[in-house]
Design a protein around this ligand. Sequence first.
Ligand SMILES: Cc1ncc(COP(=O)(O)O)c(C=O)c1O
Length: 380
Amino acid sequence: MSQLEQSRRAIAIAAPKLGDEEWEACREPLLSGWLTQGPKVAAFERAFASKHGVQHGIATSSCTTALHLALAARGIGQGDEVIVPAFTWVATANVVRYCGATPVFVDVDPYTYNIVPELVAQSLSAKTRAVIPVHLFGLCADTDAIRSIVGEDVFVLEDAACAAGASYRGRPAGGLGDAAAFSFHPRKSITTGEGGMITTNLAPLADHARTLRNHGAGISEEDRHRGPQPFELPEFDEVGFNYRLTDLQAAVGLVQLGKLERFTAERRRWARWYSDQIASIEWLRPPTVRDGYGHAWQSYVTVVAEDAPAPRDDLMTRLQERGVSTRPGTHAVTELRAYRDSRGSCPVAAQLERQTMALPLHNNMTADDYEYVIDELHHL
Ligand SMILES: Cc1ncc(COP(=O)(O)O)c(C=O)c1O
């Protein structure tokens, strides 16, 4: 490849894969004039729930609002403690604060990057009302071990933001705990621009979440306007939120959902290829996937060794200059100023924040792009 071609190369860390079908799908809601939550959202909820093997889907405006809504629907509030991993996107902890409850941070496994069940056991207290195992980067947390530690009374809420299409011991993410929250942000495998989804098999929780999603109104907008008494204002038994997804977004989501298996299979193929290629780079550790886990590969996150040719951030700068975008895996939330006074020390999370490096992996990349990334890694 010529130097000119090389310098023009720009491989994004992630990019949504959208096309004419998504564009076409927007016609119907646009022309119908029903843009907010309506029939498309209902169809998206049914299709998403069925694909993830659960009975109920409740679409929301983001995964953050899905997590908050699920905690609120469960009645988590002031005085309650919620166990969360220290290595995650900050939203996992923020939603606990939104409820007035206290996040209790637990360290993660240096290989899977996921919450360590034995450390969950050490963090349980009489105030523990929930635990949020995060399926980080698309790899499920060990939810069976967590359930057996916390028992049936503690609410297990999967943060499945990155886990559409992931599986654990043959079961899809989304039905592994009491409820789960997914994200459709453009950095995820399938997208609606912004968007989220609660999945659950608990009918009362689903009903409560639906009500709270729409300001706490006793009847949905669609049912009211299309029902026999559209003029009658609903009753509000409690204070809710506006966390609705729009029908326009759901129309896109339905098309994207139809592509999930293909997207995931392609990601799996290239993740395997990356790991094979990286095996010969001594200073770079590929992600670990244990038996029984079906990784969805929202991100391909490596660990840069302390004795790498240069510090991680310098390597990321060099790669960026050569047109390869990389990112740190995610935050150690306990290191963020907003959470500095949280109790507990989580050294593995802090180290992973410093040493992880996500490589580009998405459904717009060509074989040539992947080969270029590996080539550049070999020549750092
Ligand atoms: C683990 C995790 N939880 C929650 C979120 C929040 O998702 P959203 O942007 O849809 O609110 C993200 C987003 O990146 C995430 O990675």
